[in-house]
Ligand binder design. Structure first.
Ligand code: ATP
Ligand code: MG
Length: 183
């Protein structure tokens, strides 16, 4: 699976619709401090199902919505869309009949967030599983936040083990086992 496109609308500092084409190979994002480089990675994490406000550097999930500036009013919603090339058909069942997968997450003030895959409503869990199985999940070590390396060094063994399990792509299995045990 390969990310091919990331689109943002009203997400953090990206108030105007922004369309990023991600090509094969290395992609670099450069710009001055505060221009939104980290916000881009957070958008990626968010559309894959991140639900911890702290991981988005916010106090609540609605903090990802453009908060307004002196010249522009705040927005009522934020939307991020991620397009994934699934030509290798590695996506889990339910997704792997499609060569291209488009996931959209939208949050509306006071109404929470909702996901769509291929234009259909899906649960947060479906999206989280899709990416957890591909070892790119919202909390996967494939995404390294600023300051995360020093956190890793000082992490407790249990937390460090989680990171290794995520890297091995078995996080989704743990979630499924947990759900099976509850049934
Ligand atoms: P650095 O080089 O310092 O790491 P960066 O390019 O990673 O900077 P970000 O941290 O992505 O920059 O962007 C920070 C900017 O995003 C700040 O100007 C902040 O005000 C803005 N921002 C964050 N959340 C929102 C929001 N909800 N609404 C509007 N702007 C926001
Ligand atoms: Mg940054």
């Amino acid at each position: 699976m390969q990310f091919t496109r990331l689109r943002l609308n009203g997400f953090k500092s990206f108030v105007d619709p922004t369309d990023l084409v991600i090509q094969r190979g290395l992609t670099g994002v450069v710009g001055p401090n505060g221009c939104g480089k980290s916000n881009l990675l957070e958008a990626l994490r968010w559309v894959m199902g991140e639900n911890r406000p702290t991981a988005m550097r916010g106090g609540g999930m609605e903090d990802v919505i453009f908060a307004g500036t002196a010249r522009r009013p705040a927005r009522h919603f934020a939307e991020v869309s991620l397009t994934v090339d699934n030509a290798d058909r590695l996506a889990p069942a339910g997704f792997n009949d499609a060569g291209v997968i488009e996931i959209v997450r939208r949050i509306t003030r006071d109404a929470g967030s909702a996901y769509k895959a291929q234009g259909r409503d899906v649960r947060a869990r479906d999206v989280q599983m899709l990416f957890a199985d591909a070892s790119t999940g919202a909390q996967s070590p494939a995404l390294v936040r600023q300051g995360q390396i020093s956190e890793l060094i000082s992490a407790k063994p249990k937390a460090r083990r989680r990171i290794l399990e995520d890297a091995a792509g078995i996080a989704g299995l743990y979630q499924r086992r947990h759900e099976a045990e509850l049934k």
